[in-house]
Design a protein around this ligand. Sequence first.
Ligand SMILES: Nc1nc2c(c(=O)[nH]1)N[C@@H](CNc1ccc(C(=O)N[C@@H](CCC(=O)N[C@@H](CCC(=O)N[C@@H](CCC(=O)O)C(=O)O)C(=O)O)C(=O)O)cc1)CN2
Ligand code: MET
Ligand SMILES: [Zn+2]
Length: 749
Amino acid sequence: MITIGSTVLGYPRIGPKRELKRAVEQYWAGKIDESALREVARQLRESTWTELRDAGLDTIPGNTFSFYDQVLDTAELFGVIPQRFHDLGLSPLDTYFAAARGRGDAVALELTKWFDTNYHYLVPELGPDTAFRPAGDKPIAEFHEARELGITTRPVLLGPVTFLLLAKPTAAGFEPLALLDRLLDVYTELLTRLRAEGVDWVQLDEPAFAADRTPAELSALRRAYQVLGGLSGRPKVLVTGYYGDLGPALEVLATSPVDALAVDLVSAPDSQIAAIPALRDKTLVAGVVDGRNVWRTDLHAALAKAASLLGSAGHVAVSTSSTLLHVPYDLDAETGLDADVRARLAFARQKVREVVLLGQALRNGANGEFADEAARSRPTPRRDDHVRARVASLRPEHRVRAPYDERADAQRDRLKLPQLATTTIGSFPQTGDIRRARAELRAGALDQAGYDQRMRDEIDRVIALQTDIGLDVLVHGEPERNDMVQYFAEHLDGFASTEFGWVQSYGSRCVRPPIIHGDVSRPAPITVGWSAYAQSLTSKPVKGMLTGPVTILAWSFVRDDQPLADTAAQVALALRDEIRDLEAAGIRIVQVDEPALRELLPLRAQDQQSYLDWSVAAFRLATSGAAPATQIHTHLCYSEFGEVIDAIDGLDADVTTIEAARSKMEVLEDLRSAGFSRGVGPGVYDIHSPRVPSANEVAVLLVEAVRAVPGDRLWVNPDCGLKTRGYAEVEPALRNLVAATLRVRATLT
Ligand SMILES: Nc1nc2c(c(=O)[nH]1)N[C@@H](CNc1ccc(C(=O)N[C@@H](CCC(=O)N[C@@H](CCC(=O)N[C@@H](CCC(=O)O)C(=O)O)C(=O)O)C(=O)O)cc1)CN2
Ligand code: MET
Ligand SMILES: [Zn+2]
């Protein structure tokens, strides 16, 4: 019998030194050709497979590589890249990239959050006329490519039901799930072909079932795996449902004719496994090594967890709780980490070793290597008694500001802003010059004073440009920030930053999530010097710019020895002090960004209220020390916010700027029905696209917005920061934004 043994459910693919990011961006820039790009990709796959084999895993996932995104790969595989991209007449690879990034009038597929992670996928567009066809052979080609190296892989595919649930309908009222039978036909064809090519096992990922699902969706799952499990001449099928508890889907899958199920025992330790007799015929892949965080596994506890399944399943294998896509490659690449912090960490490569040790121990009992690794010391997190005492002494009044009306009056008198005040979200383009300056500082080719001067020069330029364009509330442009979370992490105690800990966020864009390993405090002001410098250049208000506590947690690896709420309160106190210092330096408006507020929302409704309670409380703790005359803004993006609209109201920010351009201002209706009565800035410029909106387009959106929000509470701004764009687009777009505002403002009384 072919058993799974020890395995991982997926692996990073951007390259240990971001080789794929660099190659793809060079290809887009016309600096390398397709064959050079494909060679980089091939080498990355080869080194991944060889590394996983040499580490001693029993089975190795295949098809985990992607040039951009695995959901887009699936759409391509089944021939449903929308026609507008084929009409461009490009090569298959360029058609694929056009769908990812847009080209000319062919607007890109929508990019959206992947479950509760900081990864973003491209949303397939499906309609009643969608016809699937087996259009690609990526999983098959990569299977052969590995086999030629003597390595047998288990191709990983996105499961059919999750694929449909992630898609968006092209016609109102259409449910992509109605396409299930058509889609199962092409999956049937693919599985049959994979078997014929020699594939023993395939993995079908159904993470959509870690969230609440309707009875209709659960029966679609049942139907899908009755059909696929019932095929003759198919590979063995492993179905995964990671990022949480499978809930009722576990029984559905257990009673379907598939061979193996992977369960996430890290996020959902109390799963109902023992109560499901049907699992006795199946292989259970026990996800006991955390695939989403960077802490070393407690090997004894993990082994006990896996062993406890032995009576419930026909066979037990050991694995990660999810794909390893969300963790960095290799702890050994880091040379600057504190030894006590390092001793608590495991990145992808170290997690593979943990899985191997656990697999061996489950089969043959713990060996010496297992015992050594399990016994290796695990230093306790750094304690800061001052911070702990401060958090313990918090009272409800530390989370309440003066009533909004009172604040609004004080702010109106102090700021004297026009109706439809114009502003931007904070960052201006991160040019090659800015990044090079930072790289030179790191390399020692530029000293701190020289670096600071380059940043001040950039702030001079950005303030002058905004003044010339005629914006009302200015920003300093955030040139000094490598990333809106990492930058704060580098200036707070209790955080560690990595040098090479890159994790894919979308396409070629990566982040280095910081690690919150101990109690958090602020040794010195962080942003005050930059904001005060920018304010010294202009009489218009310059917004102070901070990242909020929820987003800092969401985009970091967070200690798991205390509730997130406690860590959030510590971060919030540091921000509260920063706001006080900004006020003292003459800053009149402070924006506290919370783009990840929606992202961290738990997948299951039963867990959501307690999350919303602590996250809103953390934001209020951060901001409520501000004087009534200080205007607090917040900014939200990258999600549909309808579901959390009450929480947004609960933030009690004076002004909320929110992504809206692509959804044609739908959020205004959500805000209105929630009785939201403070300032709002629905984005009128889609910064995710290189397209420059015309003044007319912006005016149309504004005319709609003034119907919903009175002019003195309506703000005009782009959807998000401008850091990923170039000046060639940003400058005309902002000029059009201001022109449109002046036009619409003139129509107001
Ligand atoms: N953490 C986080 N998550 C987020 C967002 C975000 O802004 N931050 N935004 C949303 C969308 N996600 C995004 C994620 C990444 C980027 C992004 O632009 N990332 C940059 C890296 C940003 C960075 O860390 N820059 C560093 C390092 C830059 C770099 O690559 N330097 C070169 C050298 C510089 C040169 O010579 O050009 C090198 O190290 O080789 C810096 O500026 O210092 C990239 O992948 O290109 C944008 C959006 C949601 N999630
Ligand atoms: C992803 S939200 C970004 C907010 C930040 N202030 C910026 O403008 O870049
Ligand atoms: Zn944003």
